[in-house]
Design a protein around this ligand. Structure first.
Ligand SMILES: Nc1ncnc2c1ncn2[C@@H]1O[C@H](COP(=O)(O)OP(=O)(O)O)[C@@H](O)[C@H]1O
Ligand SMILES: [Mg+2]
Length: 239
C-alpha cells in the first residue's frame, strides 16, 4: 500500500547540496507494523514526513494505494492525508486554545459528518486521560500532550497511522498504555503503523524494523526473514 521508489531528499544550502536521504526504496503492505530506528540525524523524521505527504521528495516516487503522492499539488495532498493518515508529530502540535477533547475531535470535524464525541472520549480514556479531557495543552505535561496527539491521530480511524517517537516522553506505565492502544488498533482495524522510535520495547513488538544510517537503509528485518510460524509450518508439511 505504501511504495517508496528510490527516494532522495536534499536541501540546497547556498551553493552546497546537503543530502538527507540518499535513495531509499521500500514497500509497506497494509496492516504492517513498521518501526523505523537509527541514530539522531539519520533521516528518520524526514522519511516519515515524506511517507505522510507532509514534504515532497527531491527525487524518486512515493505511491500510496496507487496514488502518486510525489506529484500531487498541496490541495490534493492535503485531501489524501486527511482521509488516509493519522500523524503524531514529535512536537505534538496541539492547538493551544482547544481542550484535550476538542483537539482530539479536530480531524473528525474536518473529515466526517456526524459526531465523534464518544470515539474521542474512548480514545482519551484508552490513553489514560479520562480525567484530563477538559484541560488545555498548557495544563498538561509533555507526556499527556503526547497522548492527546496520539488519540487525535486515531479519531477518524485512518488506515495508516504514523508517529514520530510516540513514547518518547512517557514513563514505562503510560508507554505500555500507548503500545496497547497501537496493537489493539492494528488487530481490530488492521491499521498500518509506521513509527519512528528509540524505544526497544516498541521496536521489539513491531513486525518489521528498518534501520537508517546517514540517510540510507542499512537493515530491514522483514517478518519472512525471521522464519514466521506459518513458513516453518509449511516447511514441516512439505519437507
Ligand atoms: N530543513 C533542513 N535543513 C537542513 N538540514 C536538515 C533539514 N531537515 C533535516 N536536516 C538534516 O538532515 C538530517 C536528518 O534529519 P532528521 O530526519 O530530522 O533525522 P532524525 O529524525 O533521524 O534525527 C540531520 O542531519 C538534519 O540536521
Ligand atoms: Mg527525528
Amino acid at each position: 500500500m505504501i511504495d517508496v521508489r528510490d527516494v532522495q531528499k536534499w536541501i540546497q544550502n547556498g551553493t552546497r547540496r546537503v543530502d538527507i536521504l540518499k535513495g531509499l526504496s521500500l514497500r509497506i503492505p497494509a496492516g504492517q507494523f513498521v518501526a523505523i530506528i537509527g541514530a539522531s540525524g539519520s533521516g528518520k523524521s524526514t522519511l516519515l514526513g515524506l511517507l505522510a505527504g507532509l514534504d515532497t521528495p527531491s527525487a524518486g516516487e512515493i505511491w500510496l494505494d496507487g496514488v502518486p503522492v510525489h506529484s500531487l499539488d498541496e490541495g490534493a495532498l492535503a485531501e489524501v492525508r486527511g482521509r488516509k493518515i493519522g500523524f503524531v508529530f514529535q512536537s505534538y502540535q496541539l492547538i493551544p486554545t482547544l481542550t484535550a477533547l476538542e483537539n482530539v475531535l479536530l480531524p473528525y470535524e474536518l473529515n466526517m459528518e456526524g459526531n465523534g464525541l464518544e470515539v474521542a472520549r474512548e480514545l482519551l480514556r484508552a490513553v489514560g486521560l479520562g480525567d484530563r479531557m477538559h484541560h488545555y495543552p498548557v495544563q498538561l505535561s509533555g507526556g499527556e500532550q503526547q497522548r492527546v496527539a496520539l488519540a487525535r491521530a486515531f479519531v477518524v480511524s485512518p488506515p495508516i497511522v504514523m508517529a514520530d517517537e510516540p513514547t518518547g516522553n512517557l514513563d514505562s506505565t503510560t508507554g505500555h498504555l500507548v503500545l496497547d492502544l497501537l496493537l489493539e488498533r492494528k488487530r481490530h482495524a488492521n491499521t498500518t503503523l509506521v513509527l519512528v522510535t528509540h524505544d526497544p520495547d516498541l521496536a521489539a513488538r513491531a513486525d518489521r524494523r528498518i534501520v537508517l544510517r546517514d540517510g540510507m537503509i542499512v537493515d530491514d528485518t522483514l517478518p519472512e526473514e525471521n522464519g514466521s510460524p506459518s513458513s516453518a509450518e509449511e516447511l514441516r508439511i512439505h519437507g
